[in-house]
Design a protein around this ligand. Sequence first.
Ligand SMILES: Nc1ncnc2c1ncn2[C@@H]1O[C@H](COP(=O)(O)OP(=O)(O)OP(=O)(O)O)[C@@H](O)[C@H]1O
Ligand SMILES: [Mg+2]
Length: 248
Amino acid sequence: MARVFCIANQKGGVGKTTTAINLASAMAKSSNRTLVVDLDPQCNATSGLGHEPAERHPLLIDSPIRESILETSQQNLFLMPGCRSFQDVDKLENGELSQGDLLKQHLEAGMGGFDTVFIDCPPSLGELTQAALASSTEVLMPIQCEFYAMEGLTQMIHVIRDVMQKHPGRLTFGGILLTMYDPRFELTHEVDNEVREFFGDIVFDTVIPRDIAISEAPSYGQSVLAYSPRSRGARAYIELCMEVLERD
Ligand SMILES: Nc1ncnc2c1ncn2[C@@H]1O[C@H](COP(=O)(O)OP(=O)(O)OP(=O)(O)O)[C@@H](O)[C@H]1O
Ligand SMILES: [Mg+2]
């Protein structure tokens, strides 16, 4: 069965998209047929993988969802692009599809034939994030090492628990990832300690360092592994991939 990772945190700018792209790239490199689903209307995962946002949302068009899946410049790595259309996003969140499990079923129809799927969520706990959680086997939560890191997490955990109750036996807590880690700052160590004390073993040993190569790569439409294979950022995402594979 495919492993489907929902990359979620309702806080903005914590490294969700960066993690979706680079962990997916590392998975594809280790011979897993990998799909990134861009569920965020900002479409950062789409541009970060070198594509333009779709004009109509792949989950809303009449033709089979699979037909909207795109190749990327990396072997084994595919993309279901996002869409910026306000009307389409509104339809997804408030229209017919948001009733019952339709959005979940649609999403799942697009995932067939992949070993690993990463769903990049918007910074909210709305319908899109909830459908992504319901379609996933694991939720992976990036946390930025900053002062408000833990704020809002209880809400997030409530929503995850709700989905777990509605769809028993499928979604698990895949892990918590510390991002933009800078050991020169005392605050980084404080957040690190606090998060590990609160969440225990589900926090990944691997941390993602703050690295300029990570922030430059998307403007070339590439993962950091392709853009700067020897950078600290690329090595960290490969190490994270190993840890994720070991946790299977
Ligand atoms: N480890 C890192 N080192 C340096 N810059 C980083 C790192 N991780 C992320 N960034 C940068 O921080 C910004 C936010 O990251 P990203 O877009 O991945 O967050 P996000 O959680 O997806 O944001 P949003 O909630 O808006 O979707 C981006 O400009 C990204 O390039
Ligand atoms: Mg994002």
